[in-house]
Design a protein around this ligand. Structure first.
Ligand code: NAP
Length: 458
């Protein structure tokens, strides 16, 4: 795939970039390796100062960075601003909390292990490779980079080929904040070059956020090389609505959960599983609200839904919808792309689904909702759990016992009760099943790329 910015709102190529050759890749790996030796001997206080300076830069640059994101992948400009500011918040969160998350622990009773003292310390692993997607071009990277650098690791970024300007922006960001040169470096390379970078013995671990095939490929290399991997892969999250729910609130949030980021979020509610008693009332409101959204230019503040990021991404979404319709699904709104430039696809709701349709099992990465009618909570969970994914889930119910039952029975990395799934710096984030393994954010996220070293003293 060419390394280029193609404006999804027009389909026009705005800028193309030469991939780094093998000598440049080697130079950048060496820089990251050297910087890792420097960084591990700096203090948390020093790194936190650099982090806060980095957050200051992002906050001051919010308009320019947001416009860059929207130009490269098409999300509405207000959502791009939110993304930039969320990055700054996450950077400050790790600046303020890394030291306590990685504090040494002493065994209360060292005599029990025949020692005068014993315990654990957390130490950085060194250079970590991050393979990242385009859907949140800054946020996906920052949620890895902030904890990694605060732990004393350094980062190498292989970003998605359609967001090279974001990739180069991140290449400079941490150094501008004061981090030693080489602490965070972008590699402008194609996906075929990833395995060789991970095989380099100076690279100690990898994190990948992206699709299941990419995850399988990178995890296979990591397995062969015996290197730690974190995988944040796809999702087809259930959004379950039960009779005790506040239907108006559920329908409003359902729309946001489905179309935020133009529907291209791993944790978007994608399958709306609704109890039969309130199915008609919920679907009527949901469809009306989806219908009322404005599809248009993502730089226009009034736009709710912009174009999909790539032509092939839109083709994938259209294919899933067309397959379902050909097999008998009903289109309640939307269902076909407008005939004008840009990779637009309208907010769409499908009902009457059956297991022959691909959309039932596959991830829909665009503003297309599938609605399912279920008789009871058991059928709701069966439907929710039937895909190979297990990222997050959302349950709408005001019955406390029912909430607990769903928490116990959903196969997912998270359950959000009466709310949509959102990532917060304070809460662990990640999936089960084919949605991947490992966790980002919170204390769990910073510990993924550390060596928990046991210390025993006679
Ligand atoms: P993608 O095609 O898998 O790309 C993600 C990254 O992996 C890109 O940098 C891509 O590089 C690289 N890549 C692709 N194939 C590879 C391979 N065989 N070996 C090594 N690297 C490879 O995914 P996407 O279409 O950009 O993003 C959408 C997917 O990401 C969805 O499935 C979504 O659910 C998932 N996602 C998950 C999370 C999460 O936290 N769980 C968050 C966001 C997105 P190129 O661009 O050069 O191909």
């Amino acid at each position: 795939m060419a390394i280029a910015t193609v404006n999804p709102a027009t389909g026009q190529t705005m800028a193309t970039f030469e991939a780094h050759d093998s000598a440049e890749v080697a130079r950048r790996i060496a820089q990251a390796f050297d910087a890792a030796r420097t960084l591990r001997s700096t203090t948390y206080t020093q790194r936190a100062q650099w982090m806060h300076a980095t957050a200051d830069i992002l906050e001051a640059d919010v308009e320019r960075a947001a416009a860059m994101i929207t130009l490269e992948m098409g999300k509405p400009i207000a959502q791009s601003r939110t993304e930039v500011l969320k990055c700054a918040k996450n950077i400050r969160f790790y600046a303020d909390n890394a030291e306590s998350f990685l504090a040494a622990e002493d065994l209360a009773d060292p005599a029990s292990v025949s020692a005068s003292a014993a315990g654990t310390v957390w130490q950085p692993l060194g250079v970590v490779l991050a393979v990242m997607p385009w859907n949140y071009p800054l946020w996906q990277v920052i949620r890895f980079a902030a904890p990694a650098l605060m732990a004393g690791n350094t980062g190498l970024l292989k970003h998605a080929s359609n967001v090279p300007q974001s990739a180069l922006y991140l290449d400079e960001l941490f150094e501008k904040g004061g981090f030693p040169a080489g602490s965070f470096r972008t590699l402008l390379i194609g996906s075929r070059e990833v395995a060789a970078v991970l095989e380099d013995n100076r690279v100690k671990a990898v994190t990948l956020t992206g699709s299941e095939p990419a995850g399988r490929s990178v995890a296979a290399t990591a397995g062969r090389e015996i290197k730690k991997a974190v995988l944040e892969l796809g999702g087809s999250d259930p959004f379950i609505v039960m009779p005790s729910a506040d239907l108006e609130a559920a329908a409003t949030v359902a729309v946001k959960a489905r179309v935020s980021n133009n529907g291209q979020s791993c944790i978007a509610g994608k399958r709306f599983i609704v109890h039969t008693d309130i199915y008609d009332a919920f679907v009527e409101q949901f469809v009306a609200k989806m219908n009322a959204l404005t599809l248009g230019d993502p730089m226009d503040e009034a736009t709710d839904v912009g174009p999909l990021a790539t032509e092939s991404g839109r083709a994938d979404v259209a294919e899933l919808v067309d397959d379902a319709v050909a097999k008998g699904a009903q289109v309640l709104t939307g269902g076909s792309a407008p005939d004008h430039p840009g990779w637009y696809y309208p907010p769409t709701v499908l009902a009457g689904l059956n297991d022959d349709m691909r959309i039932v099992m596959e991830e829909t990465f665009g503003p297309v909702a599938s609605v399912y009618k279920v008789a009871d909570r058991e059928e709701a969970v069966r439907t929710a759990n039937q895909t190979t994914f297990g990222l997050s889930s959302s349950v709408w119910s005001n019955d406390a016992a029912e909430q607990d039952w769903f928490v116990a029975n959903l196969d997912a990395g998270a359950v959000f009760l009466n709310g949509m799934t959102v990532s917060y710096p304070e809460l662990p984030f990640g999936g089960v099943k084919d949605s991947g393994y490992g966790r980002e954010l919170a204390a769990a996220g910073i510990r993924e790329f550390c060596n928990l070293k046991t210390v025993w003293k006679a």
